[in-house]
Design a protein around this ligand. Structure first.
Ligand code: NAD
Length: 249
């Protein structure tokens, strides 16, 4: 794409954590950022105010639970109504409900698949006609190293994140002829609230397994997103691993 200036970028679940860092990274270079949030209006509005002061005067917050197909479609529709186009879709919204399979209820399974996998399909499906008509676009799906290696107590999360990789590869094949690239990013352990909520002992055990000896930062993931958008025109169907060497393939 070459430049972010004026690019219309939709980021799901952008109120905090990795999504917020992506919004800041892209906004500071002049992207017109659509900050999607589900519940935390205050955090999203606070982010938008900061983006407007820092390179993205047209940044806007749009409420919507993207695990609901109608609301996901409305998010894209509102973006088109406001800006007339969409250049980048970053699927980032995610949750986890961790239990070993023995204790995992069907509701725990369904909820995580709904938010972490189905929502990615819903937003992509809604944005697709616009990307195809424009004959340009970039879709970036935030997956996880857990989707590649599995993890004790995270069957639902691992299945959703592995599903994202398959969805990404297929969409890349189907959209390549319309000049739309689709890639996944697989972060390892990143120091956000999701990671900080892990109790001290297991957290120490995780850190001990990371060859680079530390968790990643949300900004390190955000810079990879920027790379795929600005310099990644010939990259599609890939999974970019940002995990400190945690899982070497
Ligand atoms: P986070 O919990 O800080 O942020 C997730 C955001 O998604 C929150 O703002 C939340 O409100 C939003 N969200 C949840 N459900 C939503 C819905 N239905 N509709 C709209 N928004 C919704 O987590 P994070 O660490 O910033 O994670 C961001 C993404 O990165 C997730 O997809 C996560 O699985 C992935 N990831 C995180 C890590 C990590 O170590 N933090 C590692 C690998 C992958």
């Amino acid at each position: 794409m070459g430049t972010l200036k004026g690019a219309v970028v939709v980021i799901t679940g952008a109120g905090r954590g990795i999504g917020r860092a992506i919004a800041e990274e892209l906004g500071q270079e002049g992207a017109r950022v659509v900050v999607n949030y589900s519940k935390s209006k205050e955090a999203a509005e606070d982010l938008v105010a900061s983006l407007q002061q820092n390179g993205s005067p047209e940044a806007v917050a749009v409420q919507g639970d993207v695990s609901d197909a109608t609301q996901a479609a409305k998010l894209i529709e509102e973006t088109i109504n406001r800006f007339g186009r969409i250049d980048v879709l970053v699927n980032n919204a995610g949750i986890n409900i961790d239990r070993s399979l023995k204790n995992l209820s069907t509701q725990d399974w369904d909820k995580v698949i709904q938010v972490d996998l189905n929502s990615y399909f819903y937003t992509m499906k809604a944005a697709l006609p616009h990307f195809m008509q424009q004959k340009s676009g970039k879709i970036i799906n935030i997956s996880s190293v857990i989707g590649q290696m599995g993890n004790f107590g995270q069957a639902n999360y691992a299945a959703a994140k592995a599903g994202i990789i398959g969805l990404t590869k297929t969409a890349a094949l189907e959209l390549a002829r319309t000049n739309v690239t689709v890639n996944a990013i697989c972060p390892g352990f990143i120091a956000t609230e999701m990671f900080e909520s892990i109790p001290d002992k297991p957290k120490e055990a995780i850190l001990a397994r990371i060859p680079l000896g530390r968790a990643g930062t949300p900004q390190e993931v955000a810079r990879a997103v920027r790379y795929l958008i600005v310099d990644g025109d010939y990259i599609t169907g890939e999974s970019l691993n940002i995990n400190g060497g945690l899982y070497l393939q």
